[in-house]
Design a protein around this ligand. Structure first.
Ligand SMILES: C[S@@+](CC[C@H](N)C(=O)[O-])C[C@H]1O[C@@H](n2cnc3c(N)ncnc32)[C@H](O)[C@@H]1O
Length: 408
């Protein structure tokens, strides 16, 4: 159905939101105040024509914008964009009955994404390499990317020629590319069963490109040197495809807040520690207990703390913190706790913390909704929220990171 709509606001996913007699409609690539013609189907709309353009609309800088689903908000001017991300946090907390002074968005620069996940699919005789289109399994081929670090952008042609060598007949190929300090670390998933010739060809490709490591479905195919990531000067060798904060500058902003907040504590716990983004930095001044479910990530952190880097002791514990959060008694050993869970949040951990005597808590989150739920638990347990800082990491998307600092 085609209709002329007035966009009222931006929804949580960054789509324009309009009301119609048939109900609410979300239309990607539109802005508040715009009148548009859209094709609608249920609650989804597709922009067909801009009838009245918002003064906040800018020309998207990337030639792939609109088809590539990597960026959703390049058409919004900077002020509107930053306000949208901050508002997402304000709204999530307000829904939990918490009206708080949310600080301004900490910005992230273009060309700073050091970790990107690309896809490749077969399209007849061709292999398309790029990012997914928005809400789709289709892949939009890309030749450039304004958000990725230059080392990843320079490697796009090499990655695009590698994909057809590795791709399976039926499955989509995924390539997680991390720009480490000493070169690119490429982790391939869902590759075909490779014959010797194709395996050798992929290895030759990685060697010629100067990548530090090529991993195919968890197995190292070739490694010139272990990839190295620096956490404020502390070297860690992440396992293939490991979780890493996607932008070093954003990670540094989060870590500064966490380290500063926990400074008065003696012993601290880093829950959902990954490879030690916070634990490594905290270990400069504190004894740290790092807890995480991923064994490979913990092994990397353990190896880093055994290398002489002037760190205090880091103990590691593999544990499912959803099912087995640290108990009140275990928590009370620490003067400070940082937690940085996946999108589902840290509900079980927050319930225990809310009854603990831990004086300082830093919560890091990529999901304002679950963070607000967890903050409610902590506040109901007697914590005061000292600061709440939204941080941009996924430029031109609706995603926002948040650091919330609590004390009691
Ligand atoms: C958002 S990442 C944060 C990692 C780390 N703090 C960082 O900044 O790099 C979330 C981490 O939680 C871990 N994780 C996921 N589910 C978990 C669980 N049930 N128990 C413990 N850790 C879990 C993941 O392996 C991942 O390392």
């Amino acid at each position: 159905m085609s209709a002329v709509l007035t966009i009222e606001s931006l929804g949580q996913q960054g789509d324009g939101f309009a009301r119609t007699e048939a109900g609410p409609v979300h239309v990607p690539l539109t802005l508040p105040g715009e009148r548009i013609r859209a094709d609608t189907k249920g609650s989804r709309g597709r922009l067909v024509e801009l009838v009245e353009r918002s003064p906040d609309r800018v020309d998207a800088p990337c030639p792939h914008f609109g088809r590539c689903g990597g960026c959703e908000l390049q058409h919004a001017d900077d002020r509107l964009y930053a306000a949208f991300k901050r508002d997402r946090v304000v709204t999530a907390f307000r829904r939990e009955g918490l009206t708080l002074d949310v600080e301004d968005l900490v910005r992230c620069p273009r060309g700073s994404r050091r970790r990107a996940v690309f896809s490749a699919v077969r399209a007849g005789p061709r292999v398309l390499f790029g990012f997914h289109e928005a809400n789709s399994n289709r892949v939009a081929p890309i030749e450039t990317c304004l958000i990725a670090v230059p080392a990843i952008v320079r490697a796009l042609p090499e990655l695009a020629t590698l994909a057809p060598i590795l791709i399976d007949r039926k499955r989509e190929l995924r390539l997680t590319v991390t720009a480490a300090e000493n070169g690119l670390d490429v982790a391939v998933e869902a590759a075909a069963d490779l014959n010797a010739r194709n395996r050798l060809s992929a290895i030759e490709h990685a060697v010629a490109a100067g990548w530090t490591r090529l991993t195919i479905d968890g197995e190292i195919a070739v490694q010139s040197a272990p990839p190295q990531i620096l956490f404020d000067g502390i070297a860690v060798e992440p396992p293939p495809g490991a979780f890493l904060q996607a932008v070093a500058e954003s990670e540094a902003a989060m870590a500064r807040l966490v380290v500063e907040h926990l400074r008065p504590a003696r012993a601290v716990a880093d829950l959902f520690s990954g490879v030690g983004t916070f634990a490594a930095r905290l270990a400069r001044d504190h004894a740290v207990h790092a807890v995480e479910s991923d064994a490979a990530a913990l092994t990397s952190l353990d190896r880093a703390q055994r290398t002489p880097q002037g760190l205090k002791a880091i103990t590691i514990e593999r544990r499912d913190l959803f099912r087995r959060p640290l108990t009140i008694r275990e928590l009370n050993r620490f003067g400070g706790v940082v937690f940085d869970p996946p999108r589902a949040g840290a509900e079980a951990v927050s319930r225990e913390l809310s009854q603990s005597e831990v004086p300082l808590v830093a919560a890091v989150s990529c999901n304002p909704t679950t963070l607000a739920r967890d903050a409610r638990l902590l506040i109901d347990g007697g914590y005061r929220l000292k600061r709440i800082v939204p941080i941009d990491q996924f430029l031109w998307t609706h995603h926002v990171e948040v650091v919330a600092l609590f004390e009691r």
